[in-house]
Design a protein around this ligand. Sequence first.
Ligand code: G16
Length: 543
Amino acid sequence: MMIKSVSVSPFDDQKPGTSGLRKSVVVFQQPHYLECFVQAIFNSVPGLAGNTLVLGGDGRYHNAEAIQTILRMAAAHGIKKVLVGQYGLLSTPAASAVIRKYQAAGGIILSASHNPGGPDGDFGIKFNSANGGPAVESLTEAMYANSQQLTEYQIIESEPVDINEQGPSQLGEMQIEVIDPVSDYSELMASLFDFDAIRQMFRKGFRIRFDAMHAITGPYAREILERELGAEAGSVINAVPKTDFGGGHPDPNLAHAKELVTEMYSAHAPDMGAASDGDGDRNMILGQHFFVTPSDSLAVLAANATLVPGYASGLAGVARSMPTSQAVDQVAKELGIACYETPTGWKFFGNLMDGGHITLCGEESFGTGSDHVREKDGLWAVLFWLNILAVEGDSIKQIVQQHWSRFGRNYYTRHDYEAVDAERASELMLRLEGKLEYLIGTAPNGLHITAADNFAYTDPVDGSISHKQGLRILFADGARIIYRLSGTGTQGATLRIYVEVYEQAASKQEQDTQQALAPYIQLALELAQVPTYTAMNKPTVIT
Ligand code: G16
């Protein structure tokens, strides 16, 4: 096996964001760009050589080429064995499950998640550690530092490896095992949920529509929902993964999962609607004519967890990212369990799970998960809901309304201003941050502000501190306004404004969300002078 060292000049833009290194495809197609970041990973993660690595992606454009490059670099790095998903496919939660099951030293997942794909779309690469979870900040910082100093990378020369057939092969001294991307994951799901009860519900005529958005979950959802659980054929739509996601935006929300939303609000709506994103870790849950906010979904799962076999013994604790609504906090209070508030990014949940502090966690960005893996998990959330529905026999809308009458309702929305001039967006944040201390104790537009800060988080397990995780304005009645710049966009900056109001009175829980939040949304725009800085008079996406 001939190892070739290729001399390079380092790229200065390889700083991982909220979830790995995410850039447009054309950036990744620059000669040596992918190779440099992969070498930075190999140089930064101790103990990969001589061990097993998991490799797969969401099948987007450039996935196939990148897999071949990484295999040849893994062989040069002395990796003992690579478990690679057939056709180069592995959903993010399945990759996490495979890393854990086979005790791999880590995994490389190729995905830009919910960002569009294709030659003009985005590509991404992330490293997950031996616990199956996204690399923690200190490791991504080390990768970035390494990428800035890089002078060479190592690769072997070889013909492309056939990854279309399952089974073992060899690349130089490295073993390759092409694995079924679905079977380990579906086995894990069967161990958590009452598949018999769900099967029975489908036999009695329960109907689901699952929109795989031409992304990775198609094969998983067909196997589990249709074949194993007996949902009627055709329940999974847009089920064939495509390199450009059929030209769509594989983000499961009201704006992008149009076909599904239209059906769920039609006269013949199925009992449940659901969708997942590019790499299968996000989920959206819909009932007939009813949308479940991700924050409410987490709270409902937590409140009903003991109905599900895998969680029958109760929850150790729960966690949510800071901008996620406080609905789950109400549940934790009643259950008498801890509730942690972390910065945005799934990587912050890993330590809490490894330390046994939490069982369930979630984020407003359509992510929900548990300690069964170390990633958020779209199909898992759908199965969790199906299990609850099979036991309760109520509709999704009834379950959520009952939840609100018991715990109160957290009205919640997120307004995104996408592709804003990056400098102007930073100015907005800086200026607003400077104002925060003067807002405390004031009541603009009659709304009493009790606290305001730039959120910082101290990890209770390793003591690491993450600063500047979003500007918070907290009100006397429990309402919150939060401002953040996205860490996953690839064009300009995306400003996210999150607004939440708590309503305990059952008589006031049936308002339109945007109307219920209107005074706070108005104040959010005024305080940060959003139209002036973004040059937009309305958000690009509202969820
Ligand atoms: C990633 C992270 C999530 C985060 C989301 C949004 O999701 O894994 O933890 O909530 O980005 O991040 P931002 O608000 O910075 O854009 P995914 O599904 O894109 O990997």
